[in-house]
Design a binder for this molecule. Structure first.
Ligand SMILES: CC(C)(COP(=O)(O)OP(=O)(O)OC[C@H]1O[C@@H](n2cnc3c(N)ncnc32)[C@H](O)[C@@H]1OP(=O)(O)O)[C@@H](O)C(=O)NCCC(=O)NCCS
Length: 238
């Protein structure tokens, strides 16, 4: 049986429905279609999945493997600002990117972030580390997550995408690249959002430059904190 099939069977049996009753509720003529979906022989159409979630008051995210969401990074790249996955070709270059010594307290090293990417995935989180390039040279790093980010935060934040890390290499800062990267990143997150209502980001309150960059891109301060860091939210319902 497939995992999806198992889950659909569980929904049917927990509602005490026969194959035929369940098929009727979803508008299928034959109970054998449900039987095949439960056994993993047939896939369920996305539109039927949405209907099932509405009828049985379920969150569609329960059906999505949070750890696998494909993003077309090229589509959101610009001629002078490109996004690439981290792989064997750029891993060490990204690890070498650094910020000024006075900014080090604001952001983990990229090595640490990539190590956490590994850890958070083992905890079932969605994690997307991205390298930022300018003229084919890596100049920055961003990490999107959803779900586990350590024990620092609870509740609704775990069900919404977070820009957990963002850095532009010291010598490339203050050229408008951070703002531009964030603007494109918001579009990337919008493209993978289904039921999410906001994007969140957190930073030290004294990191006035980062806060300026976030607010300039539509993030608003909240009264919530992730550890010691203030949380800013971007409303996706706009
Ligand atoms: C925060 C960061 C990603 C921004 O990237 P960037 O490429 O330098 O940002 P940009 O050049 O696009 O924009 C910088 C803006 O901040 C402003 N700024 C510069 N220094 C500032 C300061 N000390 N206080 C307030 N604003 C400042 C600039 O004027 C510019 O705003 P404007 O376009 O309205 O004039 C980058 O500075 C960085 O990597 N910082 C260190 C790591 C960090 O703090 N990451 C965030 C952790 S949550």
């Amino acid at each position: 049986m497939s995992k999806l099939g198992d889950k659909i069977k569980e929904i049917r049996t927990s509602n005490n429905l026969t194959l035929q009753e369940f098929a009727d509720s979803l508008g299928y003529t034959s109970s054998s279609t449900i039987n095949k979906i439960e056994k993993g022989v047939n896939d369920i159409a996305f539109s039927q999945l949405v209907k099932l979630c509405q009828l049985y008051t379920l969150d569609i995210n329960e059906f999505v493997d949070n750890t696998i969401i494909n993003v077309d990074l090229l589509k959101y790249s610009l001629p002078n600002l490109e996004f690439r996955e981290i792989n064997k070709d750029n891993f060490y270059d990204v690890c070498m990117l650094d910020v000024n010594s006075e900014d080090k307290e604001f952001v983990a090293s990229n090595e640490m972030s990539l190590a956490e990417a590994y850890l958070f995935k083992t905890m079932g989180a969605y994690v997307l580390p991205i390298a930022i390039y300018r003229n084919r040279v890596p100049i920055g790093f961003i990490m999107i997550t959803k779900g586990y980010v350590g024990d620092k935060i609870k509740g609704d934040y775990l069900n919404n995408y977070c820009i957990l890390r963002m850095m532009i290499e010291a010598k490339h800062q203050n050229k408008g690249l951070g703002k531009l990267a964030l603007k494109q990143l918001i579009e990337i997150i919008k493209s993978i959002s289904i039921n999410e209502s906001f994007i969140w980001i957190s930073t030290e309150e004294k990191n006035v430059k980062a806060i300026h960059v976030y607010e300039d891109n539509g993030f608003k301060k909240t009264n919530d904190y992730c550890g010691e860091e203030i949380i800013l939210k971007y409303d996706l319902s706009k």
